[in-house]
Structures are given as C-alpha cells and as structure tokens.
Design a binder for this molecule. Sequence first.
Ligand SMILES: Cc1cc2nc3c(=O)[nH]c(=O)nc-3n(C[C@H](O)[C@H](O)[C@H](O)COP(=O)(O)O)c2cc1C
Length: 217
Amino acid sequence: MSEEQALADAHARITDYRSRIQTLDGNAADLMFREARNHNAWQDKEVSDDKLREIWDLMKYGSTSANTLPARLIFIRSAEAKERLKPCLMPANADKTMAAPVTALLAYDLEFFTDFAKLYPIRPEMADMYSSDPARAEKFAFQQSSLQGAYLIMAIRAVGLDAGAMGGFNTDAADAEFLGGKNWKSNFLCNIGYGDLEGIKGPRLYRYGFDEVCDII
Ligand SMILES: Cc1cc2nc3c(=O)[nH]c(=O)nc-3n(C[C@H](O)[C@H](O)[C@H](O)COP(=O)(O)O)c2cc1C
C-alpha cells in the first residue's frame, strides 16, 4: 500500500467509527468507571488464555509517548508460580492474591528504546535520547508503563472481568523472582477474575468533585 493510500485508509477508519459511536453509553460508562470497583475476593471461575489475550488486544491501543509501549506483562496463574509470588506480597494482599484466578505482574522494560524503529519509524533516532541516559529511560518507562497499567485495568473491565490492583508488594523481590535475566522492573500487580461481593466491604469511597480539584483558566 502506498503512503497516500495508507493515510486515506487511516482517515476513513476514523470517519467510520466516529459515525458509528460518539460517546460511551451509560451502561458502558458504569462498567468502565462509575460502578466499577477494585475487587478483593474471587468467584471460583477460571480466566481463559483467550480472555488474557483479549485484554492485551485492547490495552495495547492505549496511547504511549512515541508509541513506545514499555510495559511488559507476566500473567501468574499456576499454583507453582503463585507460591513464588507469595513471599513478595504484603501480608494484607496475600490471601486474595493466592485466591485470584490470575495475577498480572505489570513490569517495564528499561531497554524499551531498542524497538523504536518498529514502533515509531517516523523518528527512530529518538532512541538515542534514552539509550544514552539510563536515568531518563527509567523515569520514562515507569511513567509510560503506569499509563499502560491504567489501560490494563480498563481493558479487564471492558472484557467483563474484574480487577484488583495492588502496589503493596516487594518490587525488588518480585524482580528477582520473576524478571531475572531481563532488564525489566516491576511496577504493580493486578488480580484478574470474576469478583465476589464478599470482598467488597463498604460503599464507594468519596471522589473529588470537579470544583475541588479542577481549574479552568
Ligand atoms: C495502582 C493501584 C495500587 C493499589 N494497591 C492496593 C494494595 O496494595 N492493596 C489493596 O488492598 N488495594 C490496593 N488498591 C486498591 C485501591 O485502594 C482502591 O482502588 C481504592 O480504595 C478505591 O476503591 P474502588 O476502586 O473500589 O472505588 C490499589 C489500586 C491501584 C489502582
């Protein structure tokens, strides 16, 4: 396909989907945001490989700076892998994580810049900015993978599952246990499954109203 054709095709796709959908309907907004809760207990129902692939196939479209996609995911499901995760967890997060059908370890690749030519072919030289400055690369990878973590939570909800995100774990221990031999670091964990109401111990907590935290200038 020529460059002009590819551009015309990209414009046609945007025109097409915008003619089909303008906003999330109320049910979709409830599923993704207004009624969605962070879950702490799980129904005895498996999460298939296909579901995990569906999650990635949605979250990968979330924007990242220069399309760098520095997040990496390890889906911890087997009993053996869960046992390896257990000592890394804060006690308060242990039982619910061991009971979850799957726990995603969201990590970030400190050498994400090696794929610039594939992911951002319009400016592959941007890789140098990061390869020459590891501290800058790490800050960027953490920031951008955190965004992808938010997309992960939203994708889990979008495919009809529930998410239980957790920062409460020893990242150094998880790095040593799961990321050995890779130049990756742990960001956060997210349990994935079908939530059980047993784990919801109270009503939705307060959220700031617009006027409390937003300015229009
Ligand atoms: C990145 C992230 C890390 C979190 N870490 C933990 C955690 O370690 N343990 C825990 O019980 N909840 C954790 N939570 C859950 C939040 O406390 C919860 O989402 C918040 O209290 C709001 O509840 P709601 O999402 O049900 O409205 C985390 C949530 C996110 C998004």
